[in-house]
Design a protein. Structure first.
Length: 395
């Protein structure tokens, strides 16, 4: 055998080993689950959170003395500032017909707020439009106001329709636009509007946060010691990454290469919750982009699932990862769809509404139901009017 021939043989042998090693890594055992191919983009490295106090005369009374609104806003500022995953910069502002940026610290900002709230009227629809206009993956805005809702165009329903239009247009421009609404109570000593009536009793105020879903998920989980009186988060339909976890090693052949399930290979097993025998799956889903509370996500009554299937159990494996056990007595080819639809307007919103004249005797706000319902409709009227869906294909 010549040296050149021997060299060629050796090279071909080494090349075959290399190719075999590469291929072996591709066709080896699959991971314990069939992950979704959906990947969410990470937040921009630079994050700005802008705080706006609506500066009409109706806000003066909240900032007289050591009121709860000061305590709450200081906590929001501190918790946001200390967490660099939420923001690099927090700006302080007053807003009405224009924006006035305040350059001093948070304590001074809260101390001067009463003197800054001088606007004679509030065009809330214009303020909301302006606050939403610059929301992006790197900008989150927080608007603090009493959110008294009046209309120059007649009825509350007419004004509500206008709010729906404003939010629908904003969502169309920025599909990632999400909003979280919090209700709080604070001491109040000033003039109640409309009417300019002297008032010295606790009044509700609201914090609305606008941003993308990743940011709002973090902001809705801030540790604020003052309890809120109600919360509502709204976002457009979001794809949720998920995996189907194999219940036992014998079930490997039930998964096709594209992640679908082959019904004829799906074996019965004993339901781990009820103890009976059925066909079941464990779905592991990443809810880090879903701005719902833990209590809401764990409530199986908030979900809908394809006919013939049921949610047996929901548990949170980590802060973001949730496990769903679903089962059926007779699987068949088709699709299993698990979804979280936008629920009805929360009861706290309806109970917070006031439509009379004079100062409300309880913690209600003029027309606030119509205002929040206008926002709610903008999300609920969309074709995909749910927070998310999980689709599993069966062959």
């Amino acid at each position: 055998m010549s040296k050149s021939y021997f060299t060629i043989v050796i090279v071909l042998f080494l090349l075959s080993l290399f190719l075999f090693a590469k291929c072996d890594g591709c066709v080896g055992p699959k991971p314990v689950g069939i992950p979704s191919v959906i990947e969410e983009p990470e937040n921009s490295a630079y994050q700005t959170v802008n705080m706006y106090i609506e500066s009409s005369g109706s806000m003066v009374g909240y900032f007289n003395g050591n009121s709860q609104i000061k305590e709450i806003l200081k906590q929001y500022y501190d918790r946001i500032s200390e967490d660099k995953s939420i923001s690099d910069t927090v700006t302080l502002n007053f807003i009405n017909q224009s924006v006035e940026e305040y350059k001093n610290d948070i304590n001074s900002y809260l101390a001067v707020a009463a003197s800054k709230c001088t606007a004679s009227y509030t065009k809330l629809d214009e303020i909301l439009s302006n606050v939403m206009a610059n929301v992006s993956d790197s900008t989150t805005n927080i608007l603090i106001s009493d959110y008294c809702f009046t209309s120059n165009n007649g009825s509350f329903q007419t004004a509500e329709s206008g709010i729906t239009r404003i939010f629908t247009e904003s969502i169309s421009k920025n599909t990632n636009l999400s909003v979280s609404i919090f209700k709080y109570i604070s001491d109040f000593k000033g003039k109640y509007f409309p009417g300019g009536i002297k008032c010295n009793q606790p009044r509700p105020f609201y914090i609305w946060i606008f941003g993308n879903k990743k940011q709002l998920k973090k902001l809705t989980c801030l540790k604020i010691k003052n309890a809120n009186c109600g919360m509502l988060s709204l976002q457009s339909h979001t794809d949720v990454p998920f995996s189907i976890i194999r219940r036992n090693t014998d079930s490997a052949r039930m998964f096709d290469t594209d992640g679908s399930i082959k019904v004829e290979e799906w074996n019965k097993d004993r339901n781990p919750v009820r103890g009976d025998v059925s066909y079941s799956l464990l779905i592991e889903a990443d809810m880090s982009n879903i701005i719902l509370s833990n209590e809401e996500l764990l409530n199986s009554g908030n979900y809908s699932i394809s006919e013939g299937y049921e949610i047996v159990d929901i548990s949170n494996k980590t802060e973001s990862i949730y496990d769903f056990i679903i089962s059926t007595r007779k699987p068949s080819p088709g699709e299993i769809t698990l979804s979280y639809e936008i629920p009805e307007l929360p009861e706290w919103v309806v109970k917070s509404n006031y439509e009379g004249s004079g100062i409300p005797s309880d913690s209600t706000t003029l027309g606030v139901k119509y205002l929040i319902e206008g926002v709610y409709d903008a999300y609920n009227n969309r074709r995909d009017n749910n927070y998310f869906t999980i689709d599993i294909n069966l062959k």
